[in-house]
Design a protein around this ligand. Structure first.
Ligand code: ATP
Length: 256
């Protein structure tokens, strides 16, 4: 039984014709990458999968249940979302922010317990931002904020992770550390579905890819079947050179 699936899903982008209907089955243990050029609808898709936007057609299901039939708390226990450039509504410390990840597991008006704090601190430590726990999030660097956002979802402990550009703002070491963490989450039976701009990171870390083309076409499947240089060149309107490194293809843009 896939954790997250879509049935003939068409996302709603105002003023744009219907794109290819997406019937995706994101299984437990799988890591999916969504690739496509700017403005193609990656974020809109992620928001639709999170239940934050209504599909134009079709539906999203969590397990056997239609997402639209589930309450926000149930969804929040099962789906964790890392948004692109998350803006904080009010000033909060790093620890308070990570504790928000525990809220779906509390009953209304219940205060966080010592165990919630332990889990939040542990998540901050995993992302290497525990030394910042007393700092206001709005004083952090872009990469530090991104790691706090990921730690918050780690503290939430959902079955399914949805991430919009999780490597944004991260240096190379932290990009790899975050992708490694997401792979470990998948290995422990969770599912991971993320938008990525870096084709090579996606090729290396994702076992499934969804390609969204500007003309509304889409295709998806196991990564090795999606890494066809001509298809990737058409995706980005960019000539590529393919080389092999560490037993896997690496795509380098042609200069000029
Ligand atoms: N509320 C809205 N009203 C009108 N158009 C919108 C709205 N929200 C998004 N769009 C448009 O929908 C399209 C898809 O946007 P989306 O953010 O999903 O793209 P994306 O693939 O994530 O892009 P990027 O790679 O630049 O992050 C864009 O052309 C965007 O301008």
């Amino acid at each position: 039984m896939p954790d997250l699936n879509t049935e003939q899903l068409i996302i709603d982008i105002p003023g744009r014709a219907d794109s290819t209907a997406l019937s995706l089955q994101v299984g437990a243990g799988e890591t999916w990458g969504v690739l496509g050029p700017n403005g193609v609808g990656k974020t809109t898709l992620l928001h639709t999968l999170a239940g934050l936007r209504k599909p134009r057609k079709g539906r999203v299901k969590l397990g056997t249940a239609a997402l639209a039939s589930l309450g926000r708390r149930t969804i929040a226990r099962r789906l964790g979302v890392v948004f692109q450039d998350q803006q904080d509504g009010f000033p909060a410390t790093v620890l308070e922010t990570a504790l928000v990840g525990r809220h779906p597991w509390l009953s209304p008006w219940q205060m966080e317990t010592a165990e919630d704090e332990r889990l939040a601190r542990q998540a901050l430590e995993t992302l290497g931002v525990d030394h910042l726990s007393g700092r206001l999030v709005n004083t952090l660097s872009g990469g530090e904020r991104q790691r706090v956002a990921i730690a918050t979802v780690l503290a939430q402990s959902p079955d399914t992770w949805l991430l919009d550009e999780p490597t944004n703002h991260l240096d190379l070491h932290h990009q790899v550390a975050v992708l490694q963490l997401l792979s470990e989450q998948a290995r422990s039976g969770r599912s991971v579905f993320m938008c990525l701009h870096d084709l090579n990171l996606a090729a290396r870390w994702c076992d499934h890819l969804l390609l969204l083309y500007p003309n509304g076409e889409a295709c998806w499947g196991p990564t090795e079947t999606m890494l066809i240089p001509s298809a990737l060149e058409r995706l980005y309107d960019q000539k590529l050179i393919t080389v092999e490194a560490d037993g896997a293809p690496v795509f380098v843009p042609v200069r000029g």
